[in-house]
Write a protein that binds this ligand. Structure first.
Ligand SMILES: Nc1ncnc2c1ncn2[C@@H]1O[C@H](COP(=O)(O)OP(=O)(O)OP(=O)(O)O)[C@@H](O)[C@H]1O
Ligand SMILES: [Mg+2]
Length: 648
């Protein structure tokens, strides 16, 4: 049975409603509700925070501003030159002198100032004037081209720098998040924040920010030139601005609500895709292809709807604003025409003013056409900052302990649950002398892995205490504690890279000889030597080119490389055949020598020689003792060992 849309949304966007995604009260705003609502929450704080990323580029931003100012002013002045040109040409045709304003005479003076040398060559007054005008226009546009080029180069370096920093911050934050976060957020959804969400911010900084700044500069510049041309017409044009603003505001408000929905839907689609791709074998085993397609279609349709709405409302802004500005243009030119007839305005002034009045609306239109980019980016930024605001692993206490660890481990009445109200471990107490081997046995889901996850503080306990060398684990510097606990996790993981690099992950400064020795301890050496390039064979996607047992051996070798006094082996050899396991035994004994070792194994032969064996059932230790004692007890262990009762 395929799941329905709301179920899928809930499952692939758990992110949006997890209780732990609580920001520490910083910017980023209140927690978001379920994604269907998906409104932008706190745009102001988000913008402020984004601007923070531009802070270090102050100098470059100032240069960008200078470039913009230069290109805007020259281009505005360029269009102003039309006024004296038109008046002059009218004069050449009608021989009727127009009464030019001071500003027009000034512009005319600039053109006339270079007519001298040209006149020496051309002789015709009209042609001279035209050549002079064209030369000045050419100069102005050359300045425009150069400054625009510089400005976009600078802007690119600013945006790429800022984006790099955001990406770094996000990745750094991910490294600090507790294991819990990854338990509850689909990988694809997290990936989506790295790719899509950051991309939207990139586009915004690059396009919209430039538009915003140049728009503002143009707006102010145009205003100044308008005022100098005709203050009456300027007033009329300005009168329309509140109307524009109101209209833009209404549309913006309407469309903003769809943008975070769009980004969240994208996250869900990515989460689903990632899961289906990584789980493709299982999908095929159970013939789930059609269900997958069905579910994907639901998510994809939902994304199309949300994108459609978001883009539609974002895109409609431009045309609406554009057409509204035509009204203002018409009214201005109409009144300007009357003024010209009455002799209050020269034909040249009317021409340039009508240009300006059109230009005046342009920045507003430009900005409104950027709305969809801006809203997508704000939604993306919110999702990125959301991760950044997630509470990291608790900070180390002041004076965190880093004294040498011998390896004595004590658990006193430890109680723990992954989620509130659901206790997984109840009152676990145990004592391990340095160098002892403690085994955990018990049925699936009994809580064996959980106990070891508490030692290195993947999770912090709710009650009781865990002491290493008599010091609470919470008082150690977390990194130091983990450095002192080598672990072979139940699920193996290998990184893209060579076999050697993967083993060296256990201790980065290990020499090649040490790596090989560790591989020998784990009985991995012989199969590695049979690989195409031996230790330099590149492993792909989690060691897909190895058998499960081989992957386990590499994971053991990795742990063997570390000199940690405490060692955890969680079903480390469960996929290795019994012959190889016996073969490893020797190496494993060497590995465990002088280390406090916690062994978890279903295969009881591997735990026989432990100093103490703990039988866990439903999160409680129900029996404890060594192999002989437990057999004598004729309890659960005896059942497990003699096979009277199969493990359930
Ligand atoms: N990340 C998690 N979030 C919530 N509950 C969890 C999580 N991991 C395990 N649990 C729950 O904790 C209980 C104990 O799990 P644990 O992994 O410790 O079992 P185990 O004894 O190691 O089993 P196995 O032999 O299958 O490895 C299980 O009932 C499981 O439902
Ligand atoms: Mg386990």
């Amino acid at each position: 049975m395929a799941r329905d849309l709301s179920q899928l949304q809930k499952q692939y966007n758990r992110a949006a409603s997890m209780p732990m995604r609580r920001g520490p009260g910083g910017p980023g705003g209140p927690r978001r509700g379920p994604m269907e609502k998906g409104k932008l929450k706190n745009s102001k704080a988000t913008i402020k925070r984004l601007l923070g990323y531009l802070n270090q580029y102050k100098l470059r931003i100032v240069l960008v501003l200078i470039c913009m100012l230069t290109s805007t002013v020259t281009s505005l002045f360029g269009s102003y030159l039309l006024a004296p040109v038109i008046n002059k040409l009218t004069f050449f045709v009608t021989q009727h002198e127009t009464d030019m304003s001071a500003m027009e005479r000034f512009a005319d003076g600039i053109i006339s100032s270079i007519t001298g040398p040209i006149n020496a060559l051309v002789k015709s007054e009209v042609v001279t004037y035209i050549i002079a005008t064209i030369s000045i226009f050419a100069f102005i546009y050359a300045v425009g081209i150069i400054t625009t080029y510089l400005q976009s180069r600078l802007m690119l370096s600013i945006s790429q720098g800022a984006i790099e920093k955001i990406r770094n911050d996000l990745f750094n934050k991910l490294q600090k998040l507790p294991v819990r976060y990854f338990d509850s957020n689909p990988t694809g959804e997290i990936m989506s924040r790295f790719t899509n969400d950051i991309d939207t911010i990139d586009v915004m900084i690059n396009n919209s920010l430039t538009s915003f700044i140049s728009g503002t500069v143009t707006l102010i510049g145009t205003f100044i030139f308008m005022i100098t041309t005709s203050w009456v017409l300027t007033l009329i044009t300005i009168a329309f601005v509140p109307l524009f603003m109101k209209l833009a505001g209404v549309i913006a408000k309407f469309s903003s609500r769809y943008y975070s929905g769009q980004q969240a839907a994208l996250g869900a689609v990515n989460g689903y895709t990632e899961e289906t791709v990584t789980g493709q074998k299982v999908v095929k085993v159970f013939n789930h292809e059609s269900t997958c397609v069905e579910e994907f279609t639901l998510l994809n349709n939902d994304m199309r709807d949300k994108q459609f709405k978001a883009q539609f409302w974002g895109g409609i802004m431009g045309p609406i604003m554009g057409n509204t500005s035509q009204v203002s243009f018409g009214v201005t030119v109409g009144i300007g025409g009357i003024m010209m007839v009455l002799g209050h305005l020269t034909p040249g002034a009317l021409t340039v003013f009508s240009n300006y009045s059109r230009q005046f609306a342009m920045p507003i239109n430009m900005l409104s056409s950027q709305m969809s980019t801006i809203f997508s980016a704000l939604a993306g930024a919110e999702r990125v900052f959301d991760v950044m605001d997630t509470e990291p692993e608790t900070a180390d206490p002041e004076n965190a302990v880093t004294s040498k660890i011998k390896g004595e481990v004590v658990l006193n009445n430890v109680t723990f649950g992954y989620v509130p109200d659901k206790t997984v471990l109840k009152n676990i107490s145990l004592y391990a002398h340095a160098g002892q081997k403690i085994a955990f046995v018990g049925s699936t889901g009994a809580g064996k892995t959980t106990v070891t996850n508490l030692l290195n503080r993947f999770y912090d306990i709710n009650e009781g205490e865990i002491l290493v060398d008599g010091i609470d684990v919470r008082n150690y510097k977390r990194d130091y504690l983990r450095e002192n606990i080598a672990m072979v996790l139940q699920d193996t993981h290998l990184f893209t890279g060579t076999v050697k690099e993967n083993i060296r992950y256990g201790r980065l400064d290990a020499t090649d000889e040490e790596v090989i020795a560790a591989a020998k301890t784990a009985s991995a050496h012989s199969f590695i030597m049979r690989l195409e390039n031996g230790y330099d064979t590149v492993l792909e996607s989690d060691g897909a080119n190895l058998s499960q047992g081989q992957r386990q051996l590499l994971n053991i070798a990795r742990a063997a490389l570390s000199n940690a006094p405490i060692l955890v082996l969680d079903e480390a050899t469960s996929s290795v055949d019994t012959r190889t396991e016996r073969h490893i035994e020797h190496g494993m004994d060497r590995l465990m020598k002088n280390r406090t070792t916690f062994v978890i194994a279903h295969r009881l032969s591997t735990v026989r020689n432990a100093n103490a064996i703990m039988v866990l059932e439903n999160g409680e230790i129900i029996e404890r003792g060594n192999h002989e004692q437990l057999l004598e007890l004729k309890g659960r262990y005896h059942e497990l060992y003699t096979g009277k009762k199969e493990l359930d």
